[in-house]
Design a protein around this ligand. Structure first.
Ligand code: ZN
Length: 277
C-alpha cells in the first residue's frame, strides 16, 4: 500500500461467485425477500485482533489497518453473495496519501479528494481497477485522526481504532447496496436512506468481526460514538440521518431485529432502510 497505484480487492485466491457457471440469474424483485433471514457468514474465531491499539499510529500503520479491514469486509461480503448465487461484489479502493492523491471521481457530487479531505467516499461509477466497478476512497490523514476521536472534524466522545474500522465498513456497505441494486434490479435507496442502510451494513460487518474475535472491549462503543459524532448537519448539506438514526441503523445491522432477524442479517437492513426520500 506504499505505492500510488489503485489496488484491487479480490485479486488472488478468492474466486467465489463471479458469475461462474451454476450461478442462477437473479430474478428482479424485492431485495429483502431475496436475502431471507440469512446472517453473514463468519470466519472461525481465533483470528488475531488488530494490533494498532488506541494510540494515534503512523501513516503506514493506518494504511495497513484500513487495508486489513477492507479485506475482512471483502471476505465476508463475497461469501454472503456467493451463498445467494450472486456475482462477486468487486470493488476497488484507494487509500489517499500525500504521495498518491489527489483523486477526482466520476461522481460529480464528490470533491477532489486529498489525503486530508474531511470525509470518506464511495462512487459506484469509478473503476479504479479494470473490471471493478465502484471505488472506495479513504483519505489517510483523515482516517488517522479518528484514533484521537476526530471524526471528519467532529469530536467523538471516544478515542480508538474502531471508528476508522466502522467508517471503512460504511463505505463498503455502500458498495454492497449498489451491487444488490444492480443484481436484483431494484433502484438504489435515496437521500438519508442511502446513508442509513450503509450504516446498517457496517453493523452487519461488525457482527462478523465480533464472531471472528477481532473486536476488542470498547470497540463497538467507539463505532457508535463515531456515528453519533457525525449525525446530520455535522458534515455536509447532504442528508445522512441524525445521530440517533445513525446509531440505530448500526445497531439494526449488529443486533438484528428481535424475533425476526438474527444479528448480522443484511435483510434487517434492507427491510428497514431500503427506502426512497
Ligand atoms: Zn456514506
Amino acid at each position: 500500500m506504499r505505492n500510488s497505484l489503485p489496488v484491487a480487492l479480490l485479486v488472488g485466491s478468492l474466486t467465489l461467485g463471479g458469475g461462474s457457471a451454476g450461478a442462477q440469474e437473479p430474478t428482479p424483485g424485492d431485495v429483502t425477500e431475496q436475502l431471507g433471514v440469512q446472517q453473514v457468514q463468519v470466519a472461525p474465531a481465533g483470528a488475531a485482533p488488530p494490533q494498532s491499539g488506541d494510540e494515534v499510529p503512523t501513516q503506514p500503520v493506518v494504511e495497513e489497518y484500513l487495508t486489513d479491514r477492507l479485506r475482512e469486509a471483502d471476505e465476508v461480503w463475497t461469501a454472503f453473495f456467493a451463498r445467494l448465487g450472486l456475482a462477486e461484489p468487486k470493488v476497488s479502493y484507494l487509500i489517499v496519501t500525500p504521495e498518491s492523491g489527489p483523486y477526482k471521481s466520476n461522481c460529480g457530487s464528490l470533491p477532489v479528494i486529498h489525503h486530508n479531505t474531511p470525509n470518506a467516499y464511495y462512487c459506484g461509477w469509478d473503476e479504479a481497477s479494470a473490471g471493478f466497478a465502484g471505488t472506495i476512497y479513504l483519505p489517510v490523514t483523515t482516517m488517522q485522526r479518528m484514533w484521537a476521536g476526530d471524526i471528519f472534524g467532529r469530536q467523538s466522545v471516544r478515542k480508538g481504532d474502531f471508528a476508522a474500522a466502522i467508517l471503512t465498513a460504511h463505505e463498503f456497505g455502500h458498495h454492497v447496496v449498489h451491487e444488490l441494486s444492480e443484481q436484483y434490479r431494484q433502484p438504489l435507496p435515496t437521500g438519508k436512506w442511502w446513508e442509513l442502510i450503509s450504516d446498517c451494513m457496517a453493523g452487519v460487518w461488525a457482527t462478523s468481526a465480533y464472531y471472528r474475535g477481532t473486536m476488542q472491549p470498547g470497540n463497538f462503543e467507539e463505532a457508535v460514538a463515531a456515528l453519533e459524532a457525525i449525525g446530520d448537519t455535522a458534515i455536509t448539506a447532504e442528508p445522512h440521518g441524525t445521530s440517533e438514526e445513525r446509531k440505530n441503523a448500526l445497531l439494526t445491522g449488529y443486533n438484528g431485529i428481535p424475533n425476526r432477524y438474527p444479528p448480522g442479517a443484511p435483510a434487517a437492513c434492507t427491510e428497514t432502510y431500503w427506502k426512497y426520500a
